[in-house]
Design a protein around this ligand. Sequence first.
Ligand code: ADP
Ligand code: MG
Length: 369
Amino acid sequence: MAAQEQKIFAYETLAAVTKNFSDIHKLGEGGFGPVYKGKLNDGREIAVKKLSHTSNQGKKEFMNEARLLARVQHRNVVNLVGYCVHGNEKLLVYEYVAHESLDKLLFKSQKREKLDWKRRLGIITGVAKGLLYLHEDSHNCIIHRDIKASNILLDDKWTPKIADFGMARLFPEDQSQVNTRVAGTNGYMAPEYVMHGNLSVKADVFSYGVLVLELITGQRNSSFNLDVDAQNLLDWAYKMYKKGKSLEIVDSTLAATMVGEEVAMCIQLGLLCTQGDPQLRPTMRRVVVMLSRKPGQMQEPTRPGVPGSRYRRPRRHSALSSTVGTSGASDSHTSDSSNNYTTVTTSATGTSSATVETDPKGKRPMREG
Ligand SMILES: Nc1ncnc2c1ncn2[C@@H]1O[C@H](COP(=O)(O)OP(=O)(O)O)[C@@H](O)[C@H]1O
Ligand SMILES: [Mg+2]
């Protein structure tokens, strides 16, 4: 009881420690609102996320969900230390993570060197364990829905911590409507989720695979332009892999520290996770097992899934077991290659067919409709 109450913060406290949510304290801003750094009287550093008024969730529901999320605890998941509701304002309070987010290091040439191969492999492994926990071991199956470099935070020992889990619960989609809004970030979303609103753990596996390939290449999938003949990073990685040249995609700053065998294994892993057919992608449990073994026998990846490209599903019509998801029309998934994806829409069924804005940083395309 007492422990739970401690998780509720007074608005005045949060306003005070962030100097009234001043720009100097701002760490960044994503689709859900700005994040500010602050220091509590007891010395703890925190990151306060001020949710923009986009959620129609009531106060009671928000408090319930936040309380549940505060119980989610794992070495590779950011700790939600508390929350606050103040009039229309809703705030989430997280532990502050020293090195902030992976994107701030990985995609900046001057800082990228800090991420040597050992650290990157540690990130690949840690994020896999954190996701496995969210999918299988937390009190409920939590599909993250927005795995990306800016949602991986690194602590002072370079341990990765997954941020922004549970947004799917705090921003529930209207279950009564067939039209499911797709919320995620360009470059990371699984094709079946973008096209059909099919949300399952395998959508997270896809985003994880993108992240793995970004860690290896130092390139953002959403703004990839190294090869004119490749549609994107995944396509390029797959092409090079097929030619037996997969090590040529490796970030040049890794040259001195990389272990070829491990890198090759991770490239193959990334490709297995980003396959077009969700059923072919491994579960996070499989991923963790693959990472814990000496590089050895792994399956052959098929072509990566890209919204805008065809992917051929295998002939067999086995039942789709992967839609454990919280939301979404778990449609029966037209099971052939007839989907010639061309336009990405923010709506699963296409009723509101706003095209996703492409942002070079791959920020969330979701806009409140
Ligand atoms: N707990 C935290 N500790 C340190 N930095 C954080 C924390 N949470 C968020 N940030 C920083 O704030 C930025 C904005 O976060 P967010 O609103 O989730 O947007 P996004 O994830 O789309 O970048 C992140 O990119 C990250 O650098
Ligand atoms: Mg975030």
